[in-house]
Design a protein around this ligand. Structure first.
Ligand code: ADP
Length: 356
């Protein structure tokens, strides 16, 4: 009984109510049109029957046999009229029903997407509230302790260090939210310079290693002198988001590999982890804004579902591509491919050599 009640509640809850109303209206429209077709075909058949009855009567009045009506011109004309009318009703009706079903399907997909976005926004608000509250509470507690108690230098340092970590967490959260908002309303301005992807990855991973070096084992393999045309802070954001995810979704002491390589035309950044991995059905969805995989393992990690959305937009800006594959024996590999360039300086010196 309770299960049935839960099911009914679910059907009529805020999110699914518009769907129920929409299905009811669609069903009503399809049934209405089915009825219209049936009614018109029926009317046309009746009209045909009454025309034949009149014909038979006229035949009898003129001393002709009623059975001869079938071969007469009047009969053929009534038959033709009935067929035409039925064909028109069936044609118009079925085309309308097909349009109706197609329209309903499109609206259904639209509403479904809206509801998913609504749900994701709700999750986002919940997680962001949590993400903002816990570092602020941590910082407040540290400051209060420092203010009210006479602590030795070592303990003071530890509290300040924790507060700094919390501040950084807040800053990266706010940076991500601002970046996503700017990307959304296209107000972000990126520069396009010749930049060394090798140096950017080296610098970003050095910073992350300083922070997380004790919790994960990092293997970093960066080919030198790989250049791309782009924005260094955007490229840094790609690296930081991917490596921080690799940390977030893997166990302590596991290995995270970051590499930069290239082919003749493409710069390739790879971030590999041995973590929880991503199911095939989720791989296409995780670049959507606010999307977080709904399993327990993922929910344990803090997050807003903005990181990979930002990464994808930034990779697109660099005219690149991002792919996800499974690592062996477990975990995930993110591969970013961006068109490689030969930096102008190097090109000038090469040309200088040729002329000389
Ligand atoms: P979040 O703030 O939730 O980390 P992201 O946009 O960065 O948001 O990632 C979206 C989702 O993709 C995450 O919630 C997680 O489920 C999944 N994901 C991202 N990176 C990894 C990874 N390296 N391993 C496993 N799952 C990942």
């Amino acid at each position: 009984m309770k299960r049935l009640k839960d099911k009914i509640d679910k059907v009529f809850d805020f999110a699914s109510r518009p769907m129920v109303i929409f299905y009811a209206i669609s069903l009503y429209a399809v049934l209405g049109f089915g009825w219209w077709i049936y009614y018109n075909i029926n009317a046309s058949n009746k009209h045909f029957e009454s025309s034949i009855a009149i014909l038979e009567k006229t035949f009898e009045e003129n001393n002709l046999k009623a059975e001869d009506v079938k071969g007469s011109t009047g009969y053929d004309m009534a038959l033709e009229e009935r067929e035409k009318s039925n064909l028109t009703v069936l044609g118009v009706g079925s085309i309308f029903i097909l349009f109706l079903i197609w329209g309903a399907y499109k609206i259904h997909s639209g509403i479904k997407k809206e509801l998913e976005l609504h749900q994701q926004q709700r999750n986002f608000l919940l997680s962001i509230t949590h993400e903002l509250k816990s570092p602020i509470a941590g910082i407040k507690l540290s400051l209060e302790t420092l203010y009210t108690r006479n602590l030795d230098l070592e303990r003071q340092r530890r509290l300040l260090q924790n507060s700094l970590k919390d501040t950084e967490r807040l800053k990266s959260l706010v940076d991500n939210i601002l970046m996503a908002a700017k990307i959304e309303n296209q107000s972000i301005i990126f520069t396009r310079f010749d930049v060394s992807l090798s140096k950017i990855v080296e610098e970003s991973t050095r910073n992350i290693k300083d922070k997380f070096g004790r919790q994960r084992h990092f293997e970093i393999d960066i080919a030198p002198g790989i250049f791309v045309e782009g924005d260094s802070s955007a490229l840094m954001s790609i690296v930081i988001n991917l490596v921080e995810n690799a940390i977030k979704y893997s166990l302590p002491n596991s290995t995270i590999e970051v590499s930069v390589g290239s082919t003749k035309e493409t710069a390739i950044l790879k971030v590999k982890d041995n973590g929880i991995g991503i199911e095939a059905s989720e791989k296409g969805k995780i670049f959507t804004k606010f999307y977080r995989v709904g399993n327990e393992d993922t929910r344990k990690a803090k997050g807003t579902g903005l990181g990979l959305f930002i990464v994808k937009q930034l990779v697109d800006f660099h005219e690149g591509e991002i792919h996800i594959s499974d690592n062996t024996p477990k975990g995930t590999v993110f591969t970013v491919e961006i068109p490689r360039i030969i930096p102008r300086k190097q090109l000038n010196s090469l040309e200088g050599k040729k002329i000389a």
